[in-house]
Design a protein around this ligand. Structure first.
Ligand code: MG
Length: 385
């Protein structure tokens, strides 16, 4: 079998890669590089020059070639390699007539627990949305900020306009209100979006320990693992981080420094299915839970479920867009009472319906959200996106 064609396909804000072979088998992958997908597209074209004519089943060999041929890294390269890797695994599964998890050791579970994102412009709106999600059958809520968003924007007003004492007090109280709203049978994944400095992250973390969050996500910017380890050492709630990391080497440092208790691997930027399985293994050796980041579409979700289904240390996965673009992206992954059910179809279990792609016009994300996240004095704060 040989690779004959590689396409990049936009559906809404999702950028897919489709690989076609001379046996008629196709594979689908997704890139998770957000605002930089145009750069990913260009990189896929470049890497495609190497892949065309090659045997698609030599996945690890191709992965190493693409990563190591010049050793430039970064989001454009890793978004492209990730999407190509997922598509190659999809082809391998279809070729061997097996789900991808079957090729990676077989099922360790039949369904994968998910959390759903909840947000609000007021505390009351948060409470209303939390209760609605419980009614829909979700048992865990995430993307759950202790800070309010200004209506219709991604601007977190408390962080930009309030003084520190009031900000921290109101944020902690709000987490208490979330807990009261859902009771003790629902898990709360608190998300800080990299927006606090270590001292404030620790103050808030200590304040909300009593509400028993499932995890405390990205309390500080992701660049300094020593600082993350320092925060983790000062609070008694688990840290979840890793959604912006792009290599096994970064995760290795994170785990060695005891900087987190949950690994937020995004397989659409970390290197695809090949690398996610390796990171899960490293996490397992450190007793770190695997809790993948999944803000994208049904392709990302389906690829993620393949890993969740065959590792021992899976904890919870972001539900993300498991049913986004339903006409054009047909997924075998179904939601049922707080879980995604592991499908038993060959490959990753998602197909594009070409004739409906036009229903979802291309939507580049750009970087505009960052321009709205300024403090009252005009200085830059990390955006919520
Ligand atoms: Mg996050």
């Amino acid at each position: 079998m040989k690779i004959t064609n590689i396409e990049t396909i936009w559906v809404g804000s999702a950028l897919y890669v489709r690989i076609t072979t001379d046996e008629g088998i196709t594979g689908l992958g997704e890139s998770g590089t957000w605002a930089y997908q145009e750069a990913v597209e260009a990189t896929v074209k470049l890497l495609g020059k190497y892949l065309i004519g090659k045997d698609p089943l030599r996945i690890e060999h191709h992965w190493q070639y693409m990563y190591r041929n010049s050793h430039f890294r970064g989001s454009a390269v890793m978004g492209a390699i990730s999407a190509l890797d997922i598509a190659l695994w999809d082809i391998a599964g279809k070729h061997f007539d097996a789900p991808v998890y079957q090729l990676l050791g077989g099922k360790t579970r039949d369904k994968c627990r998910v959390y759903v994102g909840v947000s609000g412009a007021t505390t009351e709106e948060y409470v209303k949305n939390l209760k609605e999600r419980v009614r829909q059958g979700f048992t865990a809520m995430g993307h759950l900020s202790p800070f309010l968003l200004e209506k219709g924007t991604r601007r977190t007003i408390e962080l930009t306009e309030m003084n520190r004492a009031r900000m921290l007090k109101e944020a902690a109280n709000r987490v208490g209100i979330y807990r009261e709203a859902v009771g003790d049978d629902v898990d709360l994944c608190i998300e800080i979006h990299r927006q606090l400095e270590p001292a404030d992250a620790i103050s808030l973390g200590v304040e909300i320990e009593k509400y028993r969050p499932y995890f405390y996500e990205d309390p500080i910017p992701p660049d300094n693992f020593d600082a993350m380890a320092y925060v983790a050492s000062k609070i008694n709630i688990p840290i979840a981080t890793g959604e912006r990391l792009m290599t096994i080497y970064e995760f290795q440092q994170l785990f060695t420094k005891n900087a987190c208790q949950f690994a937020r691997v995004d397989l659409c930027i970390a290197g695809g299915i090949s690398v996610a399985k390796k990171i899960a293994g490293m996490a397992e050796a450190h007793y770190v839970g695997y809790a993948p980041h999944n803000p994208l579409s049904a392709v990302s979700t389906a690829a993620g479920v393949q890993i969740d289904a065959c590792i021992s240390n899976f904890s919870i996965q972001e539900a993300g867009g498991f049913n986004r673009y339903p006409d054009a992206v047909k997924s075998s992954v179904k939601f049922e009472k707080g879980y995604l059910i592991v499908p038993d179809v060959p490959g990753i279990g998602v197909e594009l319906i070409d004739k409906y792609i036009d229903r979802y016009p291309r939507r580049s994300r750009g970087i505009d959200v960052r321009l709205t996240d300024l403090r009252a004095d005009g200085s830059v704060i990390t955006a919520t996106a």
